[in-house]
Ligand binder design. Sequence first.
Ligand code: UDP
Length: 235
Amino acid sequence: MKKTTLLYEGKAKKVYLTEDEGLVIQEFKDDATAFNNKKKGSIAEKGVVNNAISCKLFTLLEEHGIPTHLVEKLSDRDMLCRYLEIIKVEVVVRNIAAGSLVKRYGFSEGTVLTEPIVEFYLKDDDLDDPLMNDAHAVALGVATREELAVLKSRAEAINLVLKAFFAERKLKLVDFKLEFGRNNGTILLGDEISPDTCRFWDLDTNEKLDKDRFRFDLGGVEDAYSEVQRRVLGA
Ligand code: UDP
């Protein structure tokens, strides 16, 4: 399958149309941004690593009956996907307190939550992706109540599969962000699942192995991403 026109360029990926109108190609870049574009940089080979990790995890989810946009991994940086009409909701699932949960509610970082928390954020960079509830999402017209219920239950099911998978690989799945889209009347998981969109801590040492190393200049960013790749792919 060949790329035709560039449909969209985001912070970490480009999306191309293809000769088949139902399919797009996601190309993973090395560019990295944080704090809604205020911090910019690049992480060597990140695109290759995130494509490999995402393809593996989307395949795993499909094996567990969770529908995704993945068709196949085309090359190092390219993922062939079903075309989605992206739902403008970022779904965050949290198992352990970190990041904005700590800032907003005063949890101590590392507190294990009694049950996972699913949050919705409006996908809108100009507004800094504000946290929203179901009523906001419905009022804004970004999703119906029925769709939001599907997003929540899908996110919970994905969390169960991923938590178990990462635990076997000695990683704690602290939190992560998902995006979904509409395709022929169904909702599919889209975007990516990678150290850019998840927090992973080593099970024994709590060492951070994700984008927080870039966000907070902790060093060893590339090594952390490769370590996650190694554990995920078992290579
Ligand atoms: N996240 C993401 N994209 C965003 C916001 C958050 O991938 O635009 C991920 C982030 O990497 C983390 C989880 O969602 O794994 C929760 O992020 P949080 O709300 O704590 O925000 P942050 O601290 O990243 O600003």
